[in-house]
Ligand binder design. Structure first.
Ligand SMILES: *Cc1c(COP(=O)(O)O)cnc(C)c1O
Length: 361
């Protein structure tokens, strides 16, 4: 018998969440962001569920090729562009659009030999304050003009990424300041604009210029504050397992590695077939939320590789075989992430390959 841990991916939730993303930006086109295997949900499911997206955007060149093999015919965008010269023939062969964020990439394009007539839609990335990728505002125009001179460049979309779309008044880099820099540096340049991630798509609809780039919201996760539910988003991934053993313990009895939890009363605890090697965060503290047989409870003791332990004291009927929801339909992934000091994104992406995945339509 396989281990009872199963992740269920709800295709209709993915479709629904894309429709929500599009409805927030009705005049823009939407890239569905599918990096990291569609945030852990699987590329083949993304291809089916996001058929209504105008394009799919991701980071990994090999997975972009896989999207073509899966039959995706609409645009594909590499959000960080290509990583070295060897990637360039793949861009041509699979008609991949790509970000250009540094002079080294422009130089590789200038040196590359293309078949006659090859043309690319490129996305020129501005570093408007996040200081990861992109040209500084003062260097942007020169990069634009350099790209414009290349016969392999058909169009240039102007792109930036926000650090604080979920916290617009962050004093270290207010959202409005990034927008101001972007607008000032792109003024008068021809081309489409693409700036909004999920947080901007949900919270700052006025920034939905020509394209939006929603990611986590498509999977039913919340980008920062609020809850996915308040935005009408549905969880796309439910991670479930079962109780595989029960222990009765008393005052002074310790639980798990390092004896991090010590009972101060008689308790019934359940051992769940889910551990950090399945993608559950090892740093989850005691009382991280879990649902057993529909009843809210919490973890006790350290998460180990293949197991974690939950309090069943107040769930008298729970026992071996009881259904345990780690996150998903009955328990927002954001709540689990918050308790564990991380974000829903990380939990989704970390779903381990050994977990059986099922689909629900
Ligand atoms: C990941 C990513 C997105 C999507 O971000 P979410 O917060 O998941 O919506 C958008 N744009 C770029 C450039 C990204 O890397």
């Amino acid at each position: 018998m396989p281990r009872p841990i199963v992740a269920t991916i709800d295709i209709s939730a993915l479709q629904h969440n894309l429709a929500v993303a599009k409805s927030r930006a009705p005049h823009a086109k939407a890239w569905a962001v599918v990096k990291a295997q569609a945030y852990g949900h699987g590329l083949s499911r993304a291809v089916r569920a996001f058929a209504d997206a105008d394009g799919l955007a991701l980071i990994e060149v090999n997975y972009a090729v896989q999207l073509r093999e899966l039959g995706w015919k609409k645009p594909i965008l590499l959000l960080e562009g290509f990583f070295d010269a060897e990637d360039i023939p793949l861009l041509e062969q699979h008609q991949l659009q790509f970000a250009v964020h540094c002079n080294e990439q422009i130089q590789l394009l200038e040196q590359a030999k293309f078949k006659a007539g090859t043309q690319f839609d490129v996305h020129l990335k501005m570093n408007s304050g996040m200081n990861r990728l992109g040209f500084k505002p003062e260097a942007y125009r020169a990069a634009y003009e350099r790209l414009q001179q290349l016969s392999c460049v058909r169009s240039i979309t102007m792109m930036t990424h926000f650090a604080n779309a979920d916290d617009a008044s962050n004093p270290d880099l207010p959202l409005a300041e990034q927008v101001r820099r972007f607008k000032a540096a792109t003024e008068g340049l021809a081309g489409a604009c693409s700036v909004s991630n999920s947080a901007a798509d949900l919270l700052h609809t006025e920034l939905a210029y020509d394209w939006v780039r929603p990611g986590v919201m498509l999977y039913g996760g919340t980008p920062g504050g609020g809850t996915a539910k308040d935005f009408g988003l549905r969880p796309a991934m439910t991670l479930e397992s079962e109780i595989i053993a029960v222990q009765e313990i008393g005052p002074g009895d310790a639980v798990g590695y390092g004896s991090r939890f010590v009972a101060d009363k008689p308790m019934k605890i359940g051992i769940v077939a889910c551990g950090y090697a399945d993608g559950y965060p090892r740093h989850a503290p005691n009382n991280t939320p879990v649902v057993v047989d529909g009843v809210n409870t919490g973890t006790v003791g350290r998460v180990s590789m293949d197991m974690l332990i939950v309090d069943l004291t107040h769930i008298p009927n729970a026992g071996v075989g009881s259904r345990v929801v780690l996150w998903g339909d009955a328990l927002p992934i954001d709540d689990v992430a918050f308790a564990a000091g991380t974000i829903g994104y990380e939990l989704m992406c970390a779903l381990a390959p050994r977990v059986t995945v099922r689909e629900k339509n």
